[in-house]
Design a binder for this molecule. Structure first.
Ligand SMILES: [Zn+2]
Length: 462
């Protein structure tokens, strides 16, 4: 079309009233909810509707405006419900739901060395990881998590289950120095990690990643090997970072440096590095993490249960370090409920700082959504409800005794809401749970398999 045609077209389009234009057909409309967007202006549209086409959000507006512009092949009524971005769990070990409740009330190193590492050595197989990850996926879908970060073994099994469940994941193949079920040596683990990255590099749901376990379980060469792999493929690098005071001692003994200083001297950091925990960190280290764009996954429940300490979240945020929330593995939490993680993150910081104003409800929501997306390097695609972003969202039931009355929407989400209140979970435009019914996994089968798998764990620690 030449210029005159374009101008004529524009004039004609402008002359036709909006109501007379042909509505565009889209795949799904979530209508008439209270839409918390967590966008740049923290817009809340109440009542609001979200139009989704395929994998993308195409519009967020008043119900009348959306109804006027779009027709949908499927629709979900969200009246009296909250529509918000899916929650992003920035640290965990999904299949460890199989060790839920195993060895409680112990310090991290005791718990790891007496229970978890021996149990893993005897039970972890591709099938065990599949069964455990399915159980975790079910729990995540049912509690409103739409993307999660994972560090485990047989990560290709984790990836396949993640895709089958319809979830999004930054999934990291573990590299650790002692023999583990999927690798006899760290060199084997690195080979596995590379094959895994190649297999899932262009996947629509899985972001492959490499996960060197920690500075106390790897030497400098292995840490560098993992970092080089992440940079070669430009994939996220995940590591447990300064989780306990004992980790500092071990790092000093082994490497003669604190964890952050060691990693800085090794030029370890990749474009996307996720530091899990970041508890034992001083101001100079915060400056390094900011400079190197390292995101921190704050795991308040795991840190409290294992008495690991409290991450300096307020200082991180003041310094401009990206902070997301995580549950850690269910073995040290003991669930995967990100609503609880939001609440505990806020409470823990208020207590430790003796200042109830820190980590407000809006800040806790931000850490669980767009903040988590930034930590995982996914903020351009997900983390908020905005036109053009991928349609990862949840619908939350606010029509319960516990949710009544409601004076302040955002505080209700953080201080009252539980994972069980999530009614519907949508990832990549696909409905994974609708009215509490999970559509992508067979709940009864998943539970039966998990209970059978738990017998292996029971035998392993007898
Ligand atoms: Zn962990």
């Amino acid at each position: 079309m030449h210029l005159r045609g374009i101008v004529l077209g524009l004039v004609l389009a402008a002359a036709i009233p909006v109501s007379a234009r042909q509505p565009q057909t889209v795949s799904l409309i979530v209508s008439n909810g209270i839409v918390i967007t967590v966008d740049g202006t923290r817009r809340i549209v109440n009542p609001g509707s979200v139009a989704i086409n395929g994998t993308q959000i195409v519009a967020i507006d008043t119900p009348a405006a959306i109804a006027g512009r779009y027709r949908a092949t499927d629709s979900i009524d969200a009246t009296n419900k909250v529509v918000m971005p899916g929650l992003i769990n920035t640290h965990g070990h999904a299949a460890m739901v199989m060790f839920r409740g195993l060895g409680n009330d112990l310090a991290l190193m005791d718990w790891l060395q007496k229970y978890i590492f021996p149990a893993e050595a005897k039970t972890v197989s591709p099938e065990f990881v599949r069964i455990g990850t399915r159980l975790a996926a079910l729990e995540m879908i049912q509690s409103g998590t739409t993307m999660y970060a994972d560090m485990y073994y047989f990560e290709e099994e984790v990836a396949r289950v993640t895709k089958e469940a319809g979830l999004r994941g930054v999934l990291g193949q573990t590299v650790i120095e002692f023999p583990v079920p999927d690798a006899k040596t760290p060199a084997d683990a690195l080979k596995r990690a590379e094959a895994f990255i190649k297999e899932f590099l262009h996947d629509d749901l899985v972001v492959p990643s490499v996960a060197p376990h920690a500075v106390y379980t790897l030497d400098a060469a292995m840490l560098t090997g993992a970092s080089n792999l992440a940079r070669k493929y430009n994939v996220p690098l995940q590591i447990h970072l300064a989780e306990t005071s004992q980790e500092l001692t071990l790092s000093q003994e082994r490497h003669k440096q604190r964890p952050v200083a060691l990693l800085e001297s090794l030029k370890f950091w990749a474009p996307i590095t996720i530091g899990a925990h970041g508890v034992w960190i001083n101001p100079e280290e915060i400056a390094i993490l900011k400079q190197r764009n390292v995101g921190i996954s704050n795991n308040p429940e795991s840190n409290m249960k294992l008495s690991s300490g409290t991450a300096p979240v307020v200082a991180y945020r003041a310094a401009g370090v990206n902070v997301g929330l995580g549950t850690d593995g269910a073995a040290s939490n003991n669930d995967l409920d990100m609503f609880e993680a939001m609440r505990q993150a806020a409470f823990q910081q208020k207590l430790i700082s003796m200042d109830p104003r820190v980590i407000s409800a809006p800040e806790a929501i931000e850490m669980a959504t767009i903040g988590g997306a930034r930590v995982l390097g996914q903020q351009a695609r997900i983390g908020s409800l905005e036109t053009g972003k991928l349609a990862d969202l949840i619908i939350v039931n606010m029509d319960r005794p516990r949710q009544t009355p409601m004076f302040d929407l955002l505080s209700q989400i953080v201080y009252v809401t539980r994972g069980d209140d999530v009614d519907t979970t949508i990832v990549n435009g696909k409905v994974l749970m609708r009215g509490r019914k999970v559509l992508t996994l067979n709940e009864a089968e998943v539970l039966t398999d998990a209970r059978a798998g738990a017998e292996l764990v029971r035998k392993a620690v007898q």
